[in-house]
Design a protein around this ligand. Sequence first.
Ligand code: AMP
Length: 135
Amino acid sequence: MEKTIFMKIIDREIPAEILYEDEETLAFLDISPTSPGHTLVIPKKYSVNVFDTDSETWLAVMRTVQKIAPAVRDAVGAKGVHINSNHGEEAGQVVPHLHIHIIPRTDRSKFEFWPPQKYKDSEARETAEKIRANL
Ligand code: AMP
């Protein structure tokens, strides 16, 4: 299998501003930040996204996200962070290697993210029933 760009960062084949590393995970600055300090946390064990990741790997990534988030926030003087992640091309995933974004925010201006919609009639109940049936 061809290495993803993130595997090349893990193997130090391409440069990155690495912030933290442990046995299971790596955190580094996003090369095209939404705001300064925008960080990516990835597992060293390869998976594409939430749909093929084992829970130990997922938990290891989340542990690192929780460790890194306050350091990122405080380093850039932000008040909060987005912790988000795209899973699947249709959801905006570009790099096919699991990664979680930590994006510092200093204010709510220009905050346009997931614009809310309304369910119609029984749509919420029907949608919830379908999800529960899949669990
Ligand atoms: P996504 O759209 O969720 O797949 O996000 C992929 C992210 O990877 C984008 O925010 C890119 O800016 C970032 N990215 C791509 N290549 C690199 C790289 N070589 N070093 C750091 N970040 C990268």
